[in-house]
Design a protein around this ligand. Structure first.
Ligand code: TMP
Length: 397
């Protein structure tokens, strides 16, 4: 039974950047009501409105995994671990983006699946086998015909973006070898609740997984988690190592039950936890607006740092316009000189002196806090102050 616990109001599609700020309309499908629910039976948290994949993941998709050093090094580390521990003959990545992970493997041992043609082109041009198609049973059958089976399937920040999870896992089951391993990683619901990071919710993030919900889900497909890792990426993620129940090659690590117990202690299996979370989200909005309004009153300028999809949720939920945050800055070519979706705030190309003209920087890419603060030390020394809304709106010391 799905119970709505959070209403983040009217939102634009998070990655739909525009050359001009226009009034968006719900009628034209440019706005949708972002509500979040908890399934009391499966314990799965999801958003209530589903936007068709083709509207979100197409040849204009602007998100590139390789844009951050943090993600690059996370993928590099994982690749080394995969080679050492599992040494797969053939690895397939679902959602290979611009190749940040697959570039660490020999071309003959890796397959990319990436429906955004602009991104798939990047890895194709470098000589990697890339299917520019959505992950589904038809594609799994096509790959199976050619390669028979795949002994490792990896997917980061992708499966939570796909509405039909039954199709996702049936297709994985079809292609994965009997002793094969599936690794998935996605933002952790526990971290979201702990950090009050309501901006993890936007149209692309259809689901926010907990280990409890993943365990329940996998059970339906005769799959099970045999190990887990907590990662700092994307504001706190969980990496799940999954096998067939019939595969006895891997022992189930204690870490699995430990994580599930911690999640239960934090009440992730209970609706009341989510109701409390929604009260904290409202408090966060009020506090952030209070901080921004005070800065405006003092006639000081704020820039948003990192034009993230998460920041789109914050801006639209809190109704933050150009009068509060003058501009954003970002390194992604596809975002530069466009406007923050739903808002009149322009995204400027990042350069190393850009912060010079501002007194404050709102950390849109709070998940890269360390990397960014380190990069901008010089400005902080000269008086620039970073503002973050995670876990509660404040200035960063
Ligand atoms: P994400 O939070 O959805 O991963 O997006 C991060 C965004 O932040 C992406 O558009 C790149 C941008 N970014 C910068 O502009 N400068 C930086 O130093 C970092 C780390 C990220």
């Amino acid at each position: 039974m799905n119970k709505i616990f959070l209403n983040l109001g009217l939102q634009p599609l998070a990655n739909e950047y525009r050359k001009r700020p226009i009034n968006l309309s719900m009628k034209r499908g440019q706005l949708y009501n972002l509500k979040v629910c908890f399934n009391t039976k499966t314990k799965l948290v999801s958003i209530s409105k589903r936007i068709p994949s083709e509207k979100m993941f197409n040849s204009k998709y602007p998100y590139r995994s390789s844009m951050s050093k943090t993600m690059q090094s996370s993928f590099k580390k994982l690749s080394n671990k995969i080679k050492k521990k599992f040494n797969p003959d053939l690895l397939m990545e679902i959602g290979s983006n611009d190749g940040a992970l697959i570039k660490n493997f020999i071309k003959s041992k890796v397959i990319g699946v990436e429906p955004c043609k602009n991104l798939a082109k990047i890895t194709k041009n470098k000589g990697y086998i890339t299917y520019d198609k959505y992950w589904d049973f038809k594609l799994a059958s096509k790959i199976k015909k050619k390669f028979k089976s795949v002994d490792m399937i990896y997917s980061a920040n992708t499966l939570t973006h796909i509405n039909d999870l039954k199709n996702v896992f049936t297709s994985i089951n079809h292609l994965l070898s009997n002793n094969g391993v599936l690794i998935i990683e996605d933002p952790s619901l526990l971290e979201c609740i702990k950090k009050n990071s309501y901006d993890q919710f936007y149209n692309e993030h259809i689901y926010l997984f907990s280990a409890i919900a993943v365990k329940n889900l996998l059970n339906r497909f005769k799959l099970e988690i045999f190990d887990l890792e907590n990662l700092p990426t994307h504001g706190g993620s969980l990496r799940y190592f999954i096998k067939r129940k019939s595969n006895n090659k891997f022992k189930i690590s204690n870490r699995v039950n430990i994580q599930i117990n911690i999640e239960k202690i934090h009440g992730l299996n209970k609706l009341i936890t989510y109701k409390k979370f929604s009260i904290n989200v409202l408090k966060s909005k009020k506090k952030l607006l209070q901080i921004l309004n005070k800065i405006k009153k003092d006639k000081k300028k704020i820039i948003g740092y990192g034009a993230t999809a998460k920041a789109v949720t914050v801006l639209n939920y809190c109704n933050i316009n150009r009068n509060l945050i003058s501009n954003f800055t970002d390194t992604t070519p596809e975002k530069i000189n466009n406007y923050m979706p739903g808002k009149d705030i322009k995204i400027l190309k990042y350069n190393k002196n850009i912060l010079q003209s501002y007194h404050y920087a709102f950390l849109g890419a709070w998940n890269f806090k360390k990397e960014i603060i380190n990069k901008e030390k010089k400005f902080i020394k000269n008086g620039l102050k970073f503002i973050t809304h995670i876990p509660f709106p404040k200035f960063i010391d």
